[in-house]
Design a protein around this ligand. Structure first.
Ligand SMILES: Nc1ncnc2c1ncn2[C@@H]1O[C@H](COP(=O)(O)OP(=O)(O)O)[C@@H](O)[C@H]1O
Ligand SMILES: [Mg+2]
Length: 327
């Protein structure tokens, strides 16, 4: 049993509720495989994946105590995910391990500037709010929800869950990254949740589909009618944001993309960098610059979580990032 003091030190400051799976990234491919044929990859990597998994790993590595609640299987990949997340400093004790289904997996076929993906994430879709304990919720400062459209069993209950948490803990804040809707329905029920959210992260495609607008600026303003901080990620073009009523346009530094290796999880690295600064109450310009740097660094590595050298580079450039605390 952990003592009261240790408990206080180790309990996360930020909680992530969302998707977590293994990413296998097949690298150095030249052509798509035709049915009935086999192609050779130069190499492959097996890493922590899922928007929620990548976000929590990055935020922990940046030094914020972060925990994740997700659902995985009691299998080799599930145990591997927990081991990797623990190494990043992420609090994993509340991950739900299903006895009768397998850990989610995405196989990424990675080509020079694009990729194809094959995903099997039946277990994570089954996570429900009734499985999430609200014990000690008052110790958490921020909750990040990832991949709204994938989390099918959470979808109808987000609004009620957020309201319940707000009634227990007044100052807690919420961020949301919907990610893509695999069914491409882009239902309007999300507008019941957005008024309860403080920060919304989307990429351009997602923003246009959710807001039902035809250009990015209209989309940002439309969404900003309900959410105080809206950030639309524009790939190598940077970001467009409407923050507390003010419009911002931020650009990437390396537009030539000479260091591009793999774009997996760039958006989640951005989100984690943003929330790192948000929790430290940094001004928006510094927040966006830092988040963009984290995202731009991530494309230099295979997979979303990267390697220790990525964080060494970030620490070297920004002394706000200290060595991480291990939970
Ligand atoms: N090719 C790229 N070159 C430089 N930065 C990139 C590139 N792709 C993504 N980024 C960075 O990652 C952020 C998020 O990427 P984006 O693809 O827009 O979001 P998502 O990964 O959520 O779809 C961008 O705003 C940018 O900072
Ligand atoms: Mg994304």
């Amino acid at each position: 049993m952990i003592t009261e003091k240790k408990d206080r030190q180790t309990f996360p400051e930020c909680l992530v509720i969302g998707d977590l799976n293994i990413d296998i990234i097949m690298c150095g491919l030249k052509v798509l495989p035709d049915l009935g044929t086999e192609i050779l990859a130069q190499n492959y990597n097996l890493v922590v994946g899922g928007s929620g998994g990548i976000f929590s790993s990055i935020l922990s590595s940046l030094g914020i105590r972060t925990g994740i609640i997700s659902k995985i299987g009691n299998d080799y990949f599930g145990h591997h995910l927990i081991e990797c997340l623990k190494k990043s400093g992420t609090y994993t004790d509340d991950i739900i391990i299903s006895k009768d289904s397998v850990t989610g997996l995405t196989i990424n076929l990675s080509y020079e500037q694009d990729k194809s993906q094959i995903t099997s994430i039946e277990t994570v879709k089954k996570l429900s709010f009734s499985e999430i304990s609200l014990k000690k919720i008052e110790q958490i400062k921020h909750i990040h929800f990832s991949s709204y459209y994938i989390m099918q069993n959470l979808k109808k209950d987000y609004a009620q869950f957020i309201k319940k948490i707000k009634s227990l803990s007044k100052n807690i804040t919420f961020s949301f990254d919907t990610n893509y809707d695999p069914e491409e329905k882009w239902d309007s029920e999300i507008f019941d949740i957005l008024p309860l959210v403080d920060i919304l992260f989307l990429n351009e495609n997602e923003a246009l589909n959710i807001s039902k607008q035809t250009d990015r600026k209209r989309a940002a303003y439309k969404l900003a009618e309900t959410v105080p901080k809206v950030i639309i990620k524009l790939g190598k073009e940077g970001q467009l944001a409407v923050i507390d009523g003010k419009e911002y346009r931020f650009r990437c530094n390396n537009t030539l993309n000479d260091n591009f290796i793999d774009g997996t999880g760039a958006g989640d690295n951005f989100d984690a960098g943003f929330i790192f600064c948000f929790l430290k109450d940094f001004p928006i310009e510094k927040t966006m610059e830092f988040a963009n740097y984290c995202a731009e660094k991530s494309i230099e590595y295979i997979g979303g979580v990267g390697e220790e050298s990525k964080f060494n580079d970030i620490r070297e450039k920004y002394d706000i990032v200290k060595q991480k605390e291990r939970l």
